[in-house]
Design a protein around this ligand. Structure first.
Ligand code: AMP
Ligand code: MG
Length: 416
């Protein structure tokens, strides 16, 4: 391993940063995209809202029945129980009834407006219809089974905040207040390429010394899952001039350039030198495992993130660093990956670096989650990511014993 103090490849000594310091440094460089567009609500899934949405109406807009049943005034309840009530009208959802006269009831259906003069609905399971009359088998409390006007949302309420990623429930809520089109941030365009003479594409035959390019596929999918438009520039050779030209071409087309590999300090790692000639670079070494080196820089005004080449390192550094950076560029307000505490089901001793173990969650007899690590945690073992439910964070220089509480970062929420 190279030591920055003695390695001539480090012309400025990169600091060893904690994960938090690296995230903070990255986010301080992120600028949200300014461009917005107005699109139909049906096309807005996964996009980031660029405006605050207020409701122009009450929801529900009128008092309505929560049940199929009979509407009456609670004043008539005793009479209803002893003699039954005349069924004076029928109100299906979508229609409006007329004012309910004393001593009568209305056949009413879920979602139908409560007629004036009624204040209670008795569900049909407690009613017996005989000819023109309905008999009630059980008293209900006055006001029962009514959904009052404005129960969900009041006119003028803020229903969605700017920076929200529009998912199913958000779209449903926007529709419920009558919003048919929304302003969203433009999709982020991310240009990607992989570096490495050893890489070939899946589907081709391997020659000696070659490996398949897996990062290209996982990185592209990770970016698309973040709502990015991916400009895929493929794989390039370990060569200074090709690297330089590809960096320039990438920056011309994209809002952000993300690469994998070539950011260590080996002789075949050209990202660093090429980037220094077309822009500026900071090479960070982060106190974490997997994925110590991370390159960050600019080509003109376009930010550049260089992820390490080992596929597990690519995955983990993407999730911890590239993802929050992109989310900030997309105008999102929430960029911290969700996490929660779980019990460790294992023994572990970390060294000077923070470790991110790929773990699966099992359950103890009380049903509480217990993390079990994949047996091989090497940064080249991509099957560990497929096997696992998420990552467990082991702080620097820590001992973890079974039953200890550790922080779990679920893949389902933020990575896959
Ligand atoms: P590098 O960061 O270029 O030194 O690469 C570190 C390790 O990751 C080497 O074993 C590379 O062969 C491997 N690697 C780099 N890029 C990829 C890729 N796109 N797909 C699979 N493995 C890769
Ligand atoms: Mg390489």
């Amino acid at each position: 391993m190279s030591d920055p103090a003695v390695d001539p490849c480090f012309d400025h000594q990169p600091a060893l940063l904690s994960v938090e310091e690296a995230v903070a440094a990255l986010l301080s460089e992120a600028r949200p995209l300014a461009d917005q567009e107005r699109i139909p609500l049906m096309q807005a899934g996964g996009r980031v809202l660029a405006e605050e949405l207020h409701s122009p109406i009450d929801v529900p807009g009128f008092d309505n029945s929560a049940m199929d049943g009979f509407a009456l005034h609670s004043r008539d309840m005793q009479r209803a129980l002893s003699d039954g009530l005349v069924i004076a009208q029928r109100i299906p959802a979508g229609s409006t009834g007329t004012e309910l006269q004393a001593g009568t009831s209305a056949r009413i259906f879920t979602g139908a407006p409560l007629p004036a003069g009624a204040d209670t609905v008795v569900m049909q399971e407690f009613c017996r219809v005989e000819g023109e009359r309905v008999n009630f088998e059980q008293a209900v409390t006055p006001g029962a089974n009514i959904r009052p006007r404005g129960n969900d949302i009041k006119c003028g309420d803020t229903v969605l905040k700017s920076g929200t990623v529009l998912q199913a429930a958000h779209l449903g809520l926007a529709a419920s207040v009558g919003v048919g089109a929304v302003s969203v941030y433009r999709r982020l365009k991310a240009a990607i390429f992989s570096t490495g003479d050893e890489l070939i594409e899946p589907g081709q035959a391997l020659a000696p010394g070659q490996i398949y390019n897996s990062n290209r596929y996982q990185l592209s999918a990770l970016l698309k899952a973040q709502g990015c438009e991916v400009i895929d520039l493929g794989t390039i050779a370990d060569d200074y001039e090709t690297t330089r030209q590809t960096l320039l071409a990438a920056a011309e087309q994209a809002d952000l350039v993300v690469t994998t590999g070539g950011v260590s300090v080996g002789e075949e790692d050209y990202i660093k030198t090429a980037l220094q000639t077309v822009g500026e670079l900071t090479l960070w070494r982060i106190r974490m495992k997997p994925g110590k080196p991370l390159a960050f820089g600019h080509i003109g005004a376009v930010p550049f993130i260089g992820l390490p080449g080992n596929p597990v390192s690519t995955f983990v550094t993407f999730v911890l660093f590239a993802r929050p950076f992109m989310q900030f560029m997309q105008g999102r307000t929430q960029t911290t990956p969700p996490s929660w505490p779980v019990q460790a089901g294992f023994e572990y001793q970390s060294k000077q670096r923070r470790e991110y173990l790929r773990v699966r969650l099992n359950h103890d007899p009380a049903g509480l989650p217990v993390a079990e690590p994949y047996p091989r945690q090497g940064s080249d073992v991509l099957s560990s990511v497929v096997w696992a439910d998420g990552l467990v964070e082991i702080p620097e220089a820590s001992r973890v014993s079974p039953g200890d509480t550790v922080r779990f970062l679920p893949f389902s929420e933020w990575a896959r």
